[in-house]
Write a protein that binds this ligand. Structure first.
Ligand SMILES: Cc1cc2nc3c(=O)[nH]c(=O)nc-3n(C[C@H](O)[C@H](O)[C@H](O)COP(=O)(O)OP(=O)(O)OC[C@H]3O[C@@H](n4cnc5c(N)ncnc54)[C@H](O)[C@@H]3O)c2cc1C
Length: 645
């Protein structure tokens, strides 16, 4: 294995370990071209996304029938308020989903699944996500991160034959990575898997938390540390993915966690005590566990924005109905500009998230484009957007938005589901890669071409001769590339509606500006750019807005071709793109002028214990109890004095 392309010599030991482990697990090779990744290099390869790769005929008769049946089943047999109230999904609902094949949507028919495309799966998740968050978590944790997805990508034929028919038939599966000390940082993993003397088994020991579906899963994908390997003279941690039968002696569910939303999540703390797992249950190879997790998530991540489309559509439906029917100050509230603005934003943002997600889903099915950046963008953008859309819808609905559906029903009013939607939506920004981690992930992928070209030159751990060679190579590349970022953007939009084409041309121009901006930041800050999270996040946000604009414009073009009303379609795109441009302008302004450093310094001084007067005037009981418990555990009583200020 070669040296990491990023200089880790100035990093703390813990950061370096996290960094190197993640770096060695990412897919270094780009087998297919990337649309969203190219934007950061100033290119807009329109041919990858236009004509919009999703067509109505992509979803065949079987797919349409399945989606219709699923919709009928949800509206006829599922009571999402009851599920939320009782914190349980009735067994007949799970059985109904099994009978529909909803636990094996993408699993090929030869293994007992429905054998449908990603596009059908995404639309199924829109349907479920629009109705019941707990149910969408059950179905998606099973299929997007549980056993089916990694098995389809990494499984041997033997493993597929053994496990896929079970999970397709509805034996529930789960994914266990997170531990008390492992959230976004897998290098801290403590669960171990030691090989037996004969090498035929591994003995698993440790504890996993927050394992969705864990309390009712028959099969688990478990990440564990296996013995380290020597890489470049240094011992490097290995993480391996195992398929574990939940019935194996030593596997215990020790706790069911409960949350703000997703009240019927079957989320477990799992304990593994001397659990014997056969070597043949390793997914991919020993030491490739994080690669399995990251690659699984590349596609798995599309599920969350799909459920967010459902949330956006339901928010729009509820807000629109109420804005028409509720009269205040002599007019329906939808006629007041402040409320009308919210309706417009929910509608055009839903259209954009839908366009990004369906486009990425269609690209997955075509298998000719690398979708890791697009999927991460759709996840990050969709989950943030859904939270804001639900919030705006709640504002439109006023007090009734804040009241629970049961309470509204109890006093004879129409139940509204926005309060539950808000509780369910919040977690989407945290799990399957938090927004902060998605920013880092996309930034890393965006920088990849630069790191491949100039990374060695900036790496202080490498010998000077190698750095010099790399610097010369980089100089040759940038002497041609940099001037090109000033040339007019060449993108052929012939045949496109002029209103839509103008957004594509704007995106092509702005991609060049983005690439220049990133290059300037790289030159100015060198290897330290890696630490400038706020700055990198702005670049990532600009790239994501551009992806959203192009996806919206090309999808709109496809809708026009299908005969949809031009006025309706272009109004959505115009509104979204105009607002997106404003956000882009602000982000560019923020690159040059911001409060990042000031904020960082302030935060560090607060973290170090300054400004204790800000703690005055509130009740400290909960914090005191928490610190006291910690102090008892660690015998650190003096901490209490500091909390009291
Ligand atoms: C309801 C629910 C279901 C879940 N389901 C599963 C599951 O099925 N399987 C599973 O394995 N896990 C699951 N998780 C775990 C989930 O994926 C983690 O919560 C998530 O990875 C974040 O980890 P953490 O909560 O420990 O946050 P931390 O990693 O402690 O992060 C805390 C905050 O710091 C930020 N942060 C962390 N590192 C950095 C950094 N380097 N730079 C900038 N910001 C950073 C994070 O974005 C976050 O805002 C679930 C969690 C919940 C709450």
């Amino acid at each position: 294995m070669s040296e990491p392309v990023i200089d880790t010599s100035k990093m703390s030991e813990a950061k370096r370990a996290a960094f190197e482990l993640t770096e060695s697990s990412r897919e270094g090779h780009w087998e297919y071209p990337t649309f969203a990744g190219a934007l950061f290099m100033g290119e807009l390869p329109l041919e990858l996304v236009h004509p919009y790769p999703e067509h109505p005929e992509d979803i065949d008769e079987r797919g349409r029938r399945f989606l219709d049946e699923l919709e009928r089943f949800l509206s006829g047999k599922v009571d999402p308020d009851r599920i939320d109230r009782e914190g349980e999904i009735p067994e007949d609902v799970v059985d109904g989903l099994r009978a529909l094949g909803a636990f094996g949507i993408k699993i090929p028919r030869e293994y007992g699944g429905l054998g449908m495309k990603q596009q059908v799966y995404s639309r199924a998740m829109v349907l479920i996500g629009s109705y019941c968050g707990s149910l969408s978590a059950l179905v998606s944790a099973h299929q997007s991160i549980g056993v089916p997805q990694p098995l389809l990508v990494f499984g041997t034929e033997e493993q597929k034959k053994k496990f896929l028919p079970r999970v397709a038939a509805g034996e529930i599966s789960a994914f266990a990575l997170t531990e008390r000390g492992v959230g976004s940082d897998p290098a801290r993993m403590e669960t171990t898997a030691e090989p037996t003397a004969d090498g035929k088994h591994f003995i698993l020991n440790g504890e996993k938390i927050w394992c969705t579906n864990g309390t009712r899963a028959g099969l688990l994908v478990v990440m564990a540390k296996t013995p380290p390997k020597m890489v470049n003279g240094r011992s490097r941690d290995q993480v391996t993915a195992f398929i574990v039968e939940a019935s194996t002696p030593g596997v215990e569910v020790t706790y069911r966690s409960r949350f703000m939303g997703l009240r019927a999540l079957y989320n477990a703390v799992l304990r593994f005590t001397n659990v014997k797992v056969p070597r043949e249950n390793i997914l991919a190879e020993e030491g490739k566990g994080l690669r399995v997790a990251l690659t699984t998530l590349n596609t798995g991540r599309i599920t969350l924005p799909a459920t967010c489309i459902g949330l956006g559509k339901r928010s729009l439906e509820m807000a629109t109905r109420w804005a028409n029917e509720r009269e205040q100050w002599g007019a329906p509230i939808g006629k007041h500009a402040a409320i009308a603005d919210k309706i417009a934003r929910i509608a055009s943002t839903t259209f954009a998230v839908e366009s990004m997600t369906y486009l990425t889903s269609a690209l997955v099915d075509r298998k000719k484009t690398d979708i890791r950046v697009e999927a991460a963008m759709a996840k990050m953008y969709g989950t943030e957007a859904a939270w804001h859309m639900v919030d705006e819808a709640m504002q439109v609905l006023g007090g009734r938005g804040y009241e629970t559906a049961d309470s509204l029903r109890g006093r004879g009013e129409k139940p509204i589901y926005i309060e539950r939607a808000m509780r369910d939506a919040r977690i989407n920004r945290i799990f399957e890669g938090s927004t902060e981690i998605m920013h880092l992930f996309i930034a890393r992928e965006a920088m990849d071409p630069h790191l491949k070209i100039a990374g060695e030159a900036m790496n202080g751990r490498l010998p000077w001769s190698r750095r010099l060679r790399s610097a010369l190579k980089a100089a040759r590349f940038y002497a041609l590339w940099y001037p090109k970022t000033f040339l007019p953007a060449m993108v052929s939009t012939s045949g496109m509606d002029e209103a839509l084409a103008s957004h594509v041309r704007y995106a092509a121009r702005t991609a060049k500006k983005l690439a220049r901006g990133m290059f300037h930041a790289m030159v100015k800050r060198g290897p330290k750019l890696e630490r400038e999270q706020m700055l990198l996040a702005r670049f990532v946000d600009i790239g994501t807005e551009l992806f959203a604009q192009v996806a919206s414009a090309t999808r709109a073009q496809a809708l026009l071709k299908e005969g949809r009303d031009r006025g309706e379609v272009t109004a959505l795109v115009e509104h979204f793109c105009a607002n997106s441009r404003l956000r882009i302008e602000e982000a560019f302004r923020g690159v040059g002028k911001n409060t990042d450093r000031m904020g960082y310094r302030l935060a560090q001084s607060i973290l170090a214990g300054s400004s204790t007067f800000l703690n005055e005037g509130i009740v400290h009981k909960e914090l005191e109890e928490a610190v006291a418990a910690e102090a008892r555990a660690e015998e650190k009583v003096p901490e209490l004095a500091r909390v009291r200020g």
